[in-house]
Design a protein. Structure first.
Length: 132
């Protein structure tokens, strides 16, 4: 799944309508989020599929793709001035910026789940000890 995320987000990053720095941050954040899940699986003996993850990221990507297609099909402007700073953003830039809070929330959720699992306060299906 990480390889497919790199290809999908890498293609978006290489597009002329996305700032490459935003795309690179999006790739790094997505990979880091997946890495945390892998580390939790290695540490606790099972994968915990709770909180924000790849499914939500793919859902956001589908919504973005449909929105971008509709904007282009209707002939609406794809670039617009950002109201606070006046910087020119594209719809793709807006998508990348909107995805960052989801990555942060998902990362914090992973840390919280790991903390709860490590302290034994909660048992999740697939973890080492499901008897609690």
């Amino acid at each position: 799944d990480r390889l497919s995320a790199v290809f999908a987000l890498g293609g978006l990053t290489l597009a002329k309508h996305l700032d490459g720095r935003l795309g690179l941050l999006l790739i790094i954040g997505t990979l880091y989020h997946g890495f945390l899940g892998t580390q939790m699986e290695a540490s606790f003996g099972g994968r915990v599929y709770r909180g924000l993850g790849i499914a939500e990221a793919l859902g956001l990507n589908i919504v973005f793709s449909m929105t971008a297609f509709t904007i282009h099909a209707l002939g609406l402007p794809f670039f617009f001035p950002e109201p606070l700073t006046g910087a020119v953003l594209s719809v793709s830039d807006t998508f990348a910026i909107a995805a960052y809070p989801l990555i942060v929330i998902g990362t914090l959720q992973r840390f919280w789940i790991a903390r709860q699992t490590a302290r034994g306060k909660r048992s999740y299906p697939g973890t080492k000890d499901e008897s609690r």
